[in-house]
Ligand binder design. Structure first.
Ligand code: FEO
Length: 384
């Protein structure tokens, strides 16, 4: 695949993976992107994950017609991109390795060597000329690891964006970009909104025609759409008006209340209502929804003098990703001593700019006339 006349795609698709980063289901696999810039000097942009070294080295060889590349540029050291640095270094002993100082320290930790005799250390504003192509490096610390750099090719107006603008899913499967890019972003990068905002500011002045991320498709058209979504996500802004109800239910009574609320919301004209059973739905999708929509209802039972475990895990995921700027409502169920609403509110204590509904629905085992009135009041508040 040609990205431009001189830049070619040399990445791989992984359909063998079970869980990405050890926790995210990837029904459509994963792409580990790598690129090669052909010029007087040739540069390979990042390597690929374990099990794909041979295929990747074959792609390099095919692109270069048997010649050796001059540089391997390492933007990110997470093993999905770095495992095959070693196989590259062995295959091309004359090639230089280009990376940040922190990345070289990580190479020492991962591989026992930092390639001292072939290092090119780069940082914010460093430049590398390949002949016609002029590369500038931009530090992107904590997007989402500390050693990350992104690379701008001013000749072809290409931004190599490391994990930024990446998504789940292999490249030989067609699917909507935003859905899996959002789940990827919220899960993997979501905690580092301030750092992503800093990177967006740095690239705002660049003339970019193509974005080449380390996962997901190369982005060429309507780049404002993707950059705007990244601004919304990293700014913890509401992407879409809507209500997401995240719930757990042990015997179905909390679920019955949740379904009744969803029905009432729709009757009152709420156009977007998402309902997620945290015990059965992909947790990463549920987290994605909480950051996507404006209003979040948390419904769970009191359990072991705490809340049901899936809800505790869910709220932990939200707060560790700086959940903020949302309206939150609680439905609690407890057969003898309901305390779930108090516990959930306590967990969100440090979250910024959360507006709570006046109404909390308290269920003592199953919906009754009193809790039904509360549900009606909550629906009215959420649709106001
Ligand atoms: Fe795609 Fe952070 O590795």
């Amino acid at each position: 695949m040609n990205i431009t006349c001189d830049i070619k795609y040399i990445g791989v698709n992984d359909h063998n993976i079970d869980l990405f980063e050890g926790q995210y289901i990837v029904p459509n696999g994963m792409a580990y992107n790598s690129y090669i810039i052909l010029d007087e000097k040739t540069a390979v942009m990042d390597s690929v994950g374990e099990g794909f070294g041979e295929e990747w080295l074959g792609n390099i060889d095919g692109a270069l017609g048997g010649k050796a590349p001059d540089y391997l540029i390492v933007q990110h050291m997470e093993p999905d991109h770095s495992t095959n640095i070693i196989s590259f270094a062995k295959a091309y002993p004359e090639a230089k390795i280009v990376a940040s100082a922190k990345a070289f320290a990580m190479m020492k930790n991962f591989f026992g060597t930092d390639f001292a005799d072939r290092q090119v250390v780069v940082g914010e504003g460093s430049a590398l000329s390949l002949g016609n192509h002029q590369l500038t490096f931009i530090a992107a610390p904590m997007v989402h690891w500390p050693e990350v750099i992104v690379t701008y090719d001013s000749t072809d107006k290409v931004l190599f964006s490391a994990d930024g603008f990446g998504k789940f899913g292999a490249l030989d499967v067609e699917e909507d970009w935003a859905c899996e890019a959002r789940r990827y972003y919220m899960g993997i990068v979501g905690k580092y909104g301030a750092q992503v905002q800093a990177l967006l500011k740095k690239i705002a002045g660049l003339d970019i025609e193509v974005i080449c991320p380390l996962h997901g498709p190369v982005l060429r058209e309507n780049l404002g759409y993707y950059i705007n979504l990244y601004d919304i996500w990293s700014g913890y802004k509401v992407e879409e008006e809507g209500v997401v109800i995240a719930y757990t239910s042990v015997y179905g009574n909390t679920k019955a209340a949740v379904m009744e609320l969803a029905k009432k919301l729709q009757e009152k004209g709420c156009k977007k209502v998402a309902v997620n059973d945290l015990a059965r739905y992909d947790m990463a999708e549920a987290v994605e929804d909480a950051f996507r929509y404006s209003r979040v209802v948390l419904a769970t039972t009191t359990y072991n003098a705490d809340i049901f475990p899936f809800m505790r895990t869910f709220i932990d995921h939200l707060i560790e990703r700086n959940f903020s700027n949302r309206t939150v409502a609680f439905i609690e169920n407890g057969s003898w001593a309901p305390m779930a609403a108090k516990i959930m509110k306590g967990m969100l204590e440090k979250s910024k700019n959360i507006t709570y509904t006046d109404t909390t629905v308290k269920i003592m085992s199953a919906l009754d006339a009193e809790s039904a009135v509360q549900l009606e009041a909550m629906a009215a508040e959420l649709c106001r």
